[in-house]
Design a protein around this ligand. Structure first.
Ligand code: PEP
Ligand code: MN
Length: 341
């Protein structure tokens, strides 16, 4: 159930409600914004009747949540959530862009890319230190050394760092460096990793698994959130289909579909969705037009020499072009568009 409190509800009144929930064995999650206060109590209706809570001081009303994912559900929050990543709002009126190479390969490579990413006005740098690769013989990432380089890049270019945690064992190390921790597509149902991410103070970027339904993806978000971390950003990165012209198929329709079911921000990754540089910009445009709150995109100063995902990396000039185009689309959407003629 969602317990909507009066805006004037006092801390004591909130505490009293939480105590009643606790006595019934239910965990309550306080949600506060400048204009509203509410307590989310997953599965509370099974143990408590709304009329036990409704007469309590400071309570406005109790709303049942029918969705199976309680914390991620659109009816579990008063509005759309905005997740802040090092001061950058994801899910607000602006389009949040994260960009950088697939992996950190050297100081020179990282700094060259970080420099033009920063010059473009983008505030978040993506790059993997620990890489989940299909082949055990492929480049696995520079690990701890890459994390040090990412910290240096943050200091040098004033960029927030988005990087992936691939396992529970190295999570803490990644967490110390990352401003946004990526949980990759292959790990979307690694429940131990999801729970560890849920105990983190850092926001989490949760990629959709290549074969996951929308419901499975939202349950994965629920795993993170039910451990206490409410700052989850969903990312559509393409799913496995019979369309063999591209690495994956960008599921454009899941973007608005997810936004109907959840209050969490939804972004898109046109790089892994296509695997082909020449398809990245059109798919980025499609995702933004479909309502994505942001994009995460791979770009490299010399894609031919990239140690991973070179064929899908945008050249610097493509990257600037993409930004210009998606900015235009976002402006049209914000303005309501010129209408049909
Ligand atoms: C990546 O972002 O480089 C990556 C491996 O992504 P995904 O988990 O979506 O394949
Ligand atoms: Mn990649």
């Amino acid at each position: 159930m969602l317990i909507l409190m009066e805006p004037s509800a006092t801390l004591e009144q909130i505490q009293a409600v939480l105590t009643v929930l606790e006595a019934a064995g239910i965990r309550g999650y306080l949600q506060e914004s400048p204009v509203s206060k509410s307590i989310l109590a997953p599965h509370a209706s099974q143990a408590l009747k709304a009329d036990r809570i409704e007469p309590m001081g400071g309570v406005d009303r109790v709303v049942p949540i029918t969705s199976p994912f309680k914390l991620a559900s659109a009816d579990g929050a008063p509005g759309r959530s905005v997740v802040e990543v090092r001061g950058v709002p994801v899910g607000g009126p602006g389009l949040a862009v994260m960009a950088g190479p697939c992996g950190v390969e050297s100081r020179e490579q990282l700094f060259t890319v970080a420099r033009y990413v920063a010059e473009s006005g983008v505030k978040l740098l993506r790059a993997g230190a620990f890489k989940p690769r299909t082949s055990p013989y492929a480049f696995q990432g520079m690990g701890s050394e890459a994390l040090r380089l990412l910290e240096q890049a943050r200091a040098e270019f004033d960029l927030g760092i988005v990087t992936e945690a691939t396992e529970v064992e190295t999570f803490e190390e990644v967490e110390r460096t990352a401003d946004l921790i990526q949980v990759g597509a292959r790990n979307m149902q690694n429940f131990a990793l999801l729970k560890r991410a849920g105990r983190s103070e850092r926001p989490v970027l949760l990629k959709r698994g290549p074969a996951a339904t929308l419901e499975e993806w939202l349950f994965a978000a629920e795993y993170v959130m039910s451990e206490g971390n409410r700052n989850v950003i969903l990312c559509e990165r393409g799913i496995r289909t019979w369309s063999l012209h591209a690495r994956n198929t960008l599921d454009v329709s899941v973007i608005p579909a997810a936004k109907l079911l959840t209050h969490l921000p939804v972004i898109a990754d046109p790089s892994h969705a296509t695997g082909r540089r020449d398809l990245v910009i059109p798919c980025a445009r499609a995702a933004v037009a479909a309502g994505a709150d942001g994009l995460i995109v791979e770009t490299h100063c010399s894609p031919d020499q990239a140690l991973s995902d070179g064929p899908q990396a945008l050249l610097p000039s493509d990257f600037f072009q993409m930004l210009e185009q998606v900015r235009g689309i976002r402006e049209v959407l914000a303005a309501g568009g010129p209408g049909l003629i």
